[in-house]
Design a protein around this ligand. Sequence first.
Ligand code: HAM
Length: 351
Amino acid sequence: MYTFADRRGTSLTLRPEGTASVVRAYIERRLYDLPLQKIFYTGPMFRYERPQKGRYRQFHQLGAEVLGDGNPRAEAEMLEMLTRYISRLGIKDASLQINSLGCNECRPGYRETLYSFLLDNKDGLCTDCLRRMEFNPLRALDCKIKGCIEVTAEAPSIVDSLCTECDGHFKAVGEALTMLKVSYEVNPRMVRGLDYYTKTTFEIVSSGLGSQNTVAAGGRYDGLVKELGGPDTPCFGFAIGLERLVMLLKEADVLRPAPLVVFIPLGAEAEASAAALIPGLRDKGLKVIEDFSAATLKKRMKKADKLGASFTVILGEDEIREGVAAVKDMRSATQEKVPFDTLYERLSRCD
Ligand code: HAM
């Protein structure tokens, strides 16, 4: 938690994630009366973690939650949406891993089994895991230390300890994912850092991210609404780490900003033409800057170059008379005359 005292000494804690806030709003605002309880949110989150590549004390999440639906198909639908979103952004190297953390019926038994296993093998565990195993032995499965990975490779698997209800649910999630053609891998070692999860949990991981390799994660949290004072409500959701998503977009080289166009009108008539043309181009999504200065054309071209323009559109007297603009491609330094009515087509084509 990112907790600190303000100027009056009042202790403040910044939110570490959005799910608990959604649940609070759900209860306070009686959102369970809505016919469809699907919610999304985005915003800054804060965690007092040791910063490193991909792990920050302030970061941003885009999250979605479906409340009031315990059907495994509702989970598969969310996961299909999430994986489709990520792949439509152009990110190829991302895979879905799922696990089940069971429920209050079966998890305590697994904790016991795992605890005994860790106790029998404690010589191979790091000091952190020796400490962790006392209050949450599952965290040892998550340890990145080589010795611990070797020890826990032989540990009993949680998916083999699920009760009939959780086992059936987990299998149904797998079947629903297959029906939706979402590929996934079962990773019984995946342990989530938040403690509200029940049954299905998942992570979307990418090797392009280094050690902080999870771009999105989430799972089912059937007990949280009730725990916070609301009705018994099954829930499922995810959050995408936006900084990590941007890292993947950069790596996939799909972050291409819209080309910048700089208009250089020469004279009052040209200014009127620029005023008539520019709003329509902006409406269609082009980024346009108009140079209002009275400097020489050479200086204005230099400035456009400094601004990183992909194109400059020069409007002079001759051009206006002909109903054309002189479009200069700043990269190839070639210039051509383009009729006003095809200006957008030319400017949106950045070869
Ligand atoms: P989480 O796994 O703690 O889950 O965070 C979700 C994502 O936020 C991570 O996969 C990661 O991409 C990003 N993230 C987390 N911590 C940091 C950090 N310090 N710096 C940069 N990125 C970070 C949750 O927060 C749950 N609320 C997800 C959820 C929604 N579960 C059910 N519904």
